[in-house]
Write a protein that binds this ligand. Structure first.
Ligand SMILES: C[S@@+](CC[C@H](N)C(=O)[O-])C[C@H]1O[C@@H](n2cnc3c(N)ncnc32)[C@H](O)[C@@H]1O
Length: 246
């Protein structure tokens, strides 16, 4: 057995031992529900509304898959777009892909955010589309822009209601290439205390996780990759890392 095989075996054993600690991750989420913890971070200068754990997981996915196109719904301040663009730039530097692109869709791209994203050194890798991610015209535009991509990764992080995420899954999951992922964020809402988001339409029973579970009932192209949440322990996307298997 090589050193790296030994290392990986040990890692898997440790991850299995973590099984009993899952409650810690859920407790963590429940305790920071009111503090807006996910707003605390930036990626290359732009606010990224993610948990650092999920960003590391995405880095691992992107290195493994080596997509040349990443499609994201939900831009906000642009941190996740800049993260994706930076990963594609690294893949290019490493000679793994050519001309990587990120497509970001948001119903409301605020002027100051657009300005900052457009003046970022990585902006050349980013195409922003303003409109609802489930608008037929927007979906058609994204499909058209995806035509020549070899490997596609999709991240859904916009409106977190059941109906919206289910519509996004139906529209964008088919673009995910086999072996790649559709990452659905904020599935954790289902595990959080009822009423954690009093000013939002989503809650227990109406959120990205319920959408994922309904989507998977009629779709055998995707499987939930539990290995990711098992190692993260703390994640906003339990049952949200969907791997396209066929
Ligand atoms: C959680 S934020 C996105 C965070 C971003 N992905 C990041 O990691 O920094 C959600 C965004 O979804 C956008 N949004 C809400 N409804 C939408 C819709 N119907 N279509 C597209 N975007 C939408 C909001 O305007 C908001 O900017």
């Amino acid at each position: 057995m090589t050193e790296i095989e030994k290392f990986n075996n040990e890692k898997q054993c440790n991850i299995q031992k973590q099984e009993d600690l899952k409650y810690l991750g859920i407790n963590f989420l429940n305790n920071i529900a009111q503090t807006k913890y996910s707003y605390n971070f930036t990626w290359l200068g732009r606010p990224i509304i993610q948990f650092p754990q999920d960003t590391i997981a995405l880095q691992e996915i992107i290195w493994e898959i080596k997509p040349d196109l990443i499609i994201e719904t939900g831009i906000a301040h642009g941190g996740s777009l800049i993260f994706s663009a930076s990963m594609l730039a690294l893949l290019e530097v490493c000679g793994e892909i050519n001309n990587g692109k990120v497509i970001g869709i948001d119903i409301d791209i605020r002027t100051h955010n657009r300005k900052e994203i457009e003046s970022h050194p990585l902006s050349k890798k980013i195409e922003m589309i303003e409109g609802s991610s489930i608008d037929k015209k927007i979906i058609k535009q994204v499909i058209e822009l995806s035509k020549n991509a070899k490997k596609i990764l999709v991240c859904l992080d916009s409106n977190h209601t059941h109906e919206h995420v289910l519509s996004e899954l139906k529209a964008y999951a088919p673009l995910v290439t086999i072996g790649s992922y559709c990452c659905v964020f904020d599935t954790a809402i289902e595990n959080m205390p009822e009423g954690s988001f009093p000013d939002r339409p989503w809650d227990i029973g109406n959120n990205p996780k319920t959408a994922v579970l309904e989507f998977l009932k009629n779709n055998d192209s995707f499987e939930i990759d539990k290995t990711i949440e098992n190692k993260l322990l703390i994640t906003v996307a339990p049952d949200g890392y969907l791997k396209r298997v066929r």
